[in-house]
Design a protein around this ligand. Structure first.
Ligand SMILES: *Cc1c(COP(=O)(O)O)cnc(C)c1O
Length: 399
C-alpha cells in the first residue's frame, strides 16, 4: 500500500546535530578513532545526591502517575529557584514540567502557533526552533545577527522584523550554538521594543548557570512586570545539572498559556517520569556547589580552544560568555581546495574534517549560519588537545 505522510512532517528536517553524531558514532563502531566536538550535553555525571533522590523515590514507591504538570514539591522547588536566581514570583498555576526543554518548547508552539502566525528567530539559532514552528503551520522569520554584534539581535533589527502577524520572538541566552549571552542592559533595550507590541517572548534559559568571567545572567522576564506578563521562560535540568537523559524541562509563564499546555500534555504524554521529578526537586533545592567546579572546568576548556582556533590562519572565533560551544568563522576557507576538491560550503568543510582529520564538528548551516561551525567543549581536555592538533593539521591541507 502507498503510505502517505502528512505535509506537516514533510516540512521538518532531521536534526543536523544528531546527523553528525550518528555518522561519528558509526565510524567509531567501525573502529575508527573519531574525536567528537558534536556533543550537546555536559560530559559530567549527574551529581550523586540527585541520583540518590531518584533511587529513594523508587524505593518509597513513587512509581505512579502524578499530576500532569508535576508534583507540588517539584513546582515549589522551581518557584523557589525562580525567586532565588531570577528574582521572579510565580505560582503553581504558572509552571509546567515536560519531558525536556525541547518538549516544553513544542508544547508552547502547539498552543500558540497556527497558520498565518510569524515567529521571529534570530540566527544562529538552536536547530529545533524553526522546525517546531513549521510543525505547527506557522512561519519562522529568521533574522540574521552579526558576528560583530556578538551574534545578538539588535533592537532595531527586532523592531524591523515585527509585523502585525508576529506572534512571538524566541530568545536564547546563553546561546546554543554561539555561546553569546545578553546582558541586562541589552535585554532592557529589546524589552523597550517588545513592550509596545502585541508580541510574546519565548526565553530559552537552559544554559543559565553556565556563564564565565563574572558575566551576570538575566532573564528578560525580570526587566519589568510588563515583560513578565508576555514572557514564557523555558528552562530545565538537562544542561546545568547534567541530566539530559532524565528528561525534565519546565515553563514559567502566563497561567492561560500554562493551562493550555497542561491540557495538551494531559492528552499526549501526561507527567514526566515520577522518579525524575524527585531527582529534580533535589537538583533545585540541594547544594549547588558542584556547579562552580563544572563552570571552572568549562572555562579552562573554552580559553584553550579559543586560543588554538584563533591561531589557525584566517580562522576567527568570538569569545562566548556562556554555554559550552565555540562558533568559529571559517568562511575564509570556503572556495579553497583540499585533496584536489573545492570545499564550497561549511558542510563540505565539516565532512572533510570528519573524513580527513577524524573530528566530528557540526556545520554552521544547520544553525542558519553558513560559513561557521560549532564545536562543543563538553569533552575532556585530552580530547580537546588532540582534536585541535588534528584540526590545525587538516586546515593546513586546505589551500
Ligand atoms: C539542550 C537544549 C534544550 C533542551 O534540551 P532538553 O534535553 O530537551 O532539556 C533547549 N534549548 C537549547 C538551546 C538547548 O541547547
Amino acid at each position: 500500500m502507498m503510505i502517505k505522510l502528512t505535509q506537516r512532517i514533510q516540512r521538518v528536517k532531521p536534526s543536523p546535530t544528531i546527523a553528525i553524531t550518528t555518522k561519528a558514532k558509526a565510524m567509531k563502531a567501525d573502529g575508527i578513532d573519531v574525536i567528537g566536538f558534536g556533543a550537546g550535553e555536559p560530559d559530567f555525571d549527574t551529581p550523586e545526591p540527585i541520583k540518590a533522590a531518584a533511587v529513594r523515590a523508587l524505593q518509597e514507591g513513587k512509581t505512579k502517575y502524578t499530576p500532569v504538570g508535576g508534583v507540588n514539591e517539584l513546582k515549589d522547588a522551581i518557584i523557589a529557584k525562580l525567586k532565588r536566581d531570577n528574582q521572579l514570583d510565580y505560582t503553581r498555576e504558572e509552571i509546567i514540567t515536560s519531558c525536556g526543554g525541547k518538549h516544553v518548547l513544542y508544547n508552547i508552539a502547539q498552543v500558540l502557533f497556527e497558520a498565518g502566525d510569524e515567529v521571529i528567530i534570530p540566527a544562529p539559532y538552536w536547530v529545533s526552533y524553526p522546525d517546531q514552528v513549521l510543525l505547527n503551520d506557522a512561519t519562522p522569520v529568521i533574522v540574521d545577527t552579526l558576528e560583530e554584534n556578538e551574534f545578538k539581535i539588535t533592537p532595531e533589527a527586532l523592531n524591523q522584523a515585527i509585523t502585525p502577524k508576529t506572534k512571538a520572538v524566541v530568545l536564547n541566552s546563553p546561546s546554543n550554538p554561539t555561546g553569546a549571552a545578553y546582558t541586562q542592559a541589552e535585554l532592557a533595550a529589546l524589552a523597550k521594543v517588545i513592550e509596545t507590541k502585541d508580541v510574546l517572548v519565548i526565553s530559552d534559559e537552559i544554559y543559565e548557570k553556565i556563564v564565565y568571567d563574572d558575566f551576570v545572567f538575566s532573564s528578560i522576564a525580570s526587566i519589568s512586570p510588563a515583560m513578565k506578563a508576555k514572557t514564557i521562560i523555558v528552562n530545565g535540568a538537562s544542561k546545568c545539572y547534567s541530566m539530559t537523559g532524565w528528561r525534565m524541562g519546565f515553563a514559567a509563564g502566563p497561567k492561560e498559556i500554562i493551562a493550555a499546555m497542561t491540557k495538551l500534555q494531559g492528552q499526549v504524554t501526561t507527567n514526566i517520569t515520577t522518579a525524575t521529578q524527585w531527582a529534580v526537586v533535589e537538583a533545585y533545592n540541594g547544594s549547588q556547589d558542584f556547579l562552580k567546579d563544572w563552570v571552572a572546568e568549562f572555562r579552562k576548556r573554552r580559553d584553550y580552544i579559543l586560543e588554538r582556533l584563533n591561531k589557525i590562519p584566517d580562522v576567527r572565533c568570538f569569545k562566548p560568555q556562556g554555554a559550552f560551544y565555540v562558533f568559529p568563522n571559517i568562511s575564509a576557507y570556503l572556495g579553497r581546495k583540499a585533496n584536489g576538491q573545492v570545499l564550497k560550503t561549511d558542510l563540505e568543510l565539516c565532512d572533510f574534517l570528519l573524513d580527513q582529520a577524524k573530528v566530528a564538528i557540526v556545520a554552521g548551516s544547520g544553525f542558519g549560519a553558513p560559513g561557521f561551525m560549532r564545536l562543543s567543549y563538553a569533552t575532556s581536555m585530552q580530547n580537546i588537545e588532540a582534536g585541535l592538533d588534528r584540526i590545525e593539521a587538516a586546515f593546513k591541507q586546505i589551500r
